[in-house]
Design a protein around this ligand. Structure first.
Ligand code: HEM
Ligand SMILES: *[C@@H]1O[C@H](CO)[C@@H](O)[C@H](O)[C@H]1NC(C)=O
Ligand SMILES: *[C@@H]1O[C@H](CO)[C@@H](O)[C@H](O)[C@H]1NC(C)=O
Ligand SMILES: *[C@@H]1O[C@H](CO)[C@@H](O)[C@H](O)[C@H]1NC(C)=O
Ligand SMILES: *[C@@H]1O[C@H](CO)[C@@H](O)[C@H](O)[C@H]1NC(C)=O
Length: 330
């Protein structure tokens, strides 16, 4: 008994070792208002553009999957090793850079002396992680605790971004491999895909599915084709989730994404592959059914997978730096 509870303690220690240097109280002395400033910045941005919540969530994902959560995605000059903003999944697509820069300014303005005498206090990587959480909460989704103390990279890698960000033409095996490469299980991958309950995608990213794939709901496809013709209109937008809420509220963070997959209303190829309505007994169908029938199960799985994502290889201690401006190294 004593030895088995000791090994449980040991296991828990090992499990948390990755994030051991991040802490929920990291800015309590140096910048106690940081979290409320970030939340206020997200609230203001979302009030004027509800889609911004989705854009900020995606920014954090695209940060963490490339070199870890180090704000490398925000750098905008090639002298740092590459401009990730120019990578395949990012260029002409990522949004929210100006919102993050504004939040960064507002946050630094309230940090405490003497800490702030030595330069900026709150990292861009931490701002991304907190803003992603606050964005989900702002649209009615689950909350989770964000550990803090990440530092910002001085480098970025467009090559690694092209390699590590999953493209929408992947099947389950490819999606699973991409997420397994970052330590995520199949269930966590499906839960994280549920982020597509909010936000928009461009016609060029779903045209192939819309016109060539048989497993798309006819009513849904007819509606989508109006704004996504066979040629032209590449950047025309459609909601990632054909929300079923009444009154229609396509920007609500809920589990409708999974319910829609069951009736073949996934917008992206990489979303619909999670559910084959003809043969719903594959590896991911059961997971989709679980999240479709229980929003609580989805919220809980999503929140813990987001905690895991936010802890992907952070720079801590004296590694990296805390940037003054998020788009350029100091
Ligand atoms: C499973 C693999 C994934 C693929 C293949 C994928 C692919 C895409 C694509 C193609 C778009 C549309 C981009 C555009 O047309 O401009 C998109 C949007 C989005 N993705 Fe993903 N994604 C994946 C996973 C995730 C994850 C894990 C998250 C966050 C946890 C996420 C959050 C979002 C959000 C919120 C949007 C909407 C952004 C906006 O409206 O500005 N995605 N994704
Ligand atoms: C980098 O920033 C400049 C100036 O703000 C902007 O014109 C350019 O489009 C940005 N590049 C990328 C790839 O985002
Ligand atoms: C997902 O990846 C893991 C780890 O590589 C593998 O064991 C599992 O069989 C894969 N599952 C599917 C459905 O591809
Ligand atoms: C397709 O979508 C319509 C409208 O949302 C829905 O009534 C219908 O049941 C769906 N069809 C299938 C086969 O799931
Ligand atoms: C769904 O499963 C059926 C039966 O195994 C198969 O014939 C069909 O190709 C699958 N659909 C897709 C889109 O993979």
């Amino acid at each position: 008994m004593a030895s088995s509870s000791l090994s449980v303690v040991l296991l828990l220690c090992l499990a948390s070792a990755v994030s051991a240097q991040l802490s929920s109280t990291y800015y309590d002395k140096s910048c106690p208002s940081a979290l409320s400033k970030i939340q206020a910045g997200v609230a203001a941005a979302v009030a004027s553009d509800r889609r911004m919540a989705a854009s900020l969530l995606r920014l954090h994902f695209h940060d963490c999957f490339v070199q870890g959560c180090d704000a490398s995605v925000l750098l905008n000059e090639t002298s740092v090793g590459g401009n990730e903003r120019g990578a395949f999944g990012n260029v002409g697509s990522l949004r929210g850079f100006a919102v993050i820069e504004q939040i960064k300014k507002d946050v630094e303005a309230v940090c405490k002396k003497p800490y702030s005498n030595n330069g900026p206090v709150v990292s861009c990587a931490d701002i991304l992680a907190v803003a992603a959480r606050d964005s989900v909460v702002a649209l009615g989704g689950p909350s989770w605790e964000v550990k803090l103390g990440r530092r910002d990279s001085t480098t970025a890698s467009v090559a690694q971004a092209n390699q590590d960000l999953p493209p929408p033409f992947l099947d389950v095996a490819g999606l699973n491999a991409s997420f397994a490469g970052k330590g995520f299980s199949l269930t966590e991958m499906v839960a994280l895909s549920g982020a597509h309950t909010i936000g928009m995608a461009q016609c060029q990213n779903f045209r192939g599915r819309l016109y060539n794939e048989p497993n798309i709901n006819t009513t849904y496809a007819t509606k989508l084709k109006l704004n996504c013709p066979t040629s032209g209109g590449n950047t025309n937008l459609a909601p990632l989730d054909d929300d079923t809420a009444t009154p229609p509220n396509p920007d609500l963070f809920n589990n409708d994404f999974f319910i829609n997959l069951q009736s073949e209303k996934g917008l992206l190829h990489s979303d619909q592959v999670l559910y084959n309505a003809t043969a719903p007994a594959g590896a991911t169908e059961g997971i989709v059914n679980g999240f479709a029938s229980s929003q609580a199960a989805f919220f809980s799985a999503f929140a813990s997978a987001m905690v895991k994502m936010a802890n992907l290889s952070p720079l801590t201690g004296s590694q990296g730096q805390v940037r003054t401006v998020c788009s350029i190294p100091n």
